[in-house]
Design a protein around this ligand. Structure first.
Ligand code: PMP
Length: 406
């Protein structure tokens, strides 16, 4: 394979660290990816030499900071295939982006009796805001159920669409099971039924190229920290006309045009939806992450990651008593499993003592795990920097854990 994973790993300082005296084997990228040196350096440079507030100052530093921060908006627009930079709204992350949609579009457009279609696979971030909206408006929350293999029941989906849908809220890639959803098939049907489509791209953007112009969604959301950027910054993308029709969300600085004591007029997009001082260093860090993604051979890196993912699935299946939770053919990023007679938390702890970082528990997707008949799983999740060596370490670690727990 031409892709040089060792060279890529060398760009991530933390991957040379030790945990509990053992070399770190990081298999928790689904929760948050590690950061390359250039991202860390860009944020440090900003605080050392460029820091000032953005959008307000006449002075040089403020201008420099504004330019660096706003450049990220263009980089995001380019990376996801947005038509206009004004369609990129910065938020704190996926969770805040979805809450913004629910509280602006939802509060003004959703009425009692409207049907909100949400898949059973969603992260709580793409379920709870819709539950809250349904409770406050009298709308109906409608489940698109999971099948035992971790894919969605598309027959039920079509039947529910036929009964009418105001909203389809759907993930592109499941953080809990790794399932990739067939959005190219699902979205046109939702649009034909008149639904507004919100896609949670948190686990998709780090694992493959996204083209929003082709996808046909109305809103698309993701977090910087899962795509090699910092925490505290994320994106809400929306179709311009739809975003432009939204009422303001939070009130304060930056989102206004003119203010009297009694009333205000509001700024244009994107600022109308971005009240207050933003996460400037984090925005600059996200820009550096996108520069980094543009600088590597992303397609080769993704092919490498998928190869490691497939290898991991095969190797895990060899472990006696291990059951994969979710076995969709189309999957990426995360592999969930359970081992007969062993609690996920015990497995996670024993792996941690060997320097192997995995996630255990419900992965913020309790309904999905309930549908799969488990309370929790052990989840190994992958990034561009993982290699077969990490998988081999995981398998060795699981065998050690089995010997201890047996
Ligand atoms: N959706 C999915 C699919 C996720 O994986 C996550 C993070 N685990 C979220 C939403 C929430 O992202 P954040 O915590 O960055 O807001």
């Amino acid at each position: 394979m031409s892709f040089d994973v060792q060279a890529l790993r060398a760009e991530f300082p933390i991957l040379s660290d030790q945990v509990h005296g053992k070399p770190l084997v990081y298999l928790d990228t689904g929760a948050s990816s590690q950061k390359p040196e250039c991202v860390i350096e860009a944020m440090s440079q900003y605080y050392r030499h460029q820091h000032a507030n953005v959008h307000r100052g006449i002075h040089q530093l403020s201008q420099t900071a504004t330019d660096a921060y706003e450049a990220t908006r263009d980089k995001v627009a380019q990376w996801i295939g947005a038509n206009r930079r004004e369609e990129v709204i910065f938020t704190r992350g996926t969770t805040e982006s979805i809450n913004l949609i629910a509280q602006t579009w939802g509060r003004t457009q959703v009425r009692a009796g409207d049907r909100l279609l949400v898949s059973e696979l969603e992260h709580h971030a793409n379920l709870v805001p819709w539950q809250m909206l349904a409770q406050s408006t009298g709308a109906e929350l409608v489940k698109i159920p999971l099948l035992p293999d971790g894919t969605l029941d598309l027959n039920v989906y079509e039947a529910e669409l036929a009964r009418g849908a105001k909203l389809l809220a759907i993930t592109e890639v499941s953080n809990a099971l790794g399932t990739i959803l067939p959005l190219a098939d699902m979205i046109p049907k939702a649009k034909a039924a008149g639904a507004v489509v919100v896609v949670d791209g948190a686990q998709a953007v780090p694992h493959h190229r996204v083209n929003l112009a082709e996808m046909g969604a109305d809103f698309y959301v993701f977090s910087g920290h899962k795509m090699y950027g910092p925490t505290g910054i994320g994106v809400l993308w929306g179709r311009f006309d739809l975003l432009d029709s939204l009422p303001p969300w939070q009130g304060g600085g930056d989102m206004i045009e003119h203010v009297t004591f009694e009333a205000s007029t509001y700024n244009t997009l994107p600022y109308r939806l971005e009240a207050g001082t933003p996460a400037i260093a984090e925005g600059i860090g996200l820009g550096a992450a996108l520069d980094w993604l543009n600088s590597i051979d992303f397609d080769a890196a993704v092919a490498h990651e998928h190869e490691v993912f497939d290898y991991a699935r095969q190797q895990l299946k060899q472990i006696p008593g291990l059951r994969l939770i979710g076995e969709a053919d189309e999957a990426a990023g995360a592999i969930s499993f359970a081992i007969e007679g062993m609690a996920a938390s015990d497995l996670g702890t024993l792996l941690d003592h060997q320097g192997i970082a995995v996630r255990t528990g419900h992965h913020c997707a309790m309904p999905a795990l309930q549908a799969m008949g488990v309370n929790g799983t052990t989840r190994a999740s992958f990034g561009l920097y993982n290699s077969r060596d990490d998988v081999d370490a995981l398998i060795r670690g699981l065998n050690v854990a089995r010997d201890i727990l047996a």
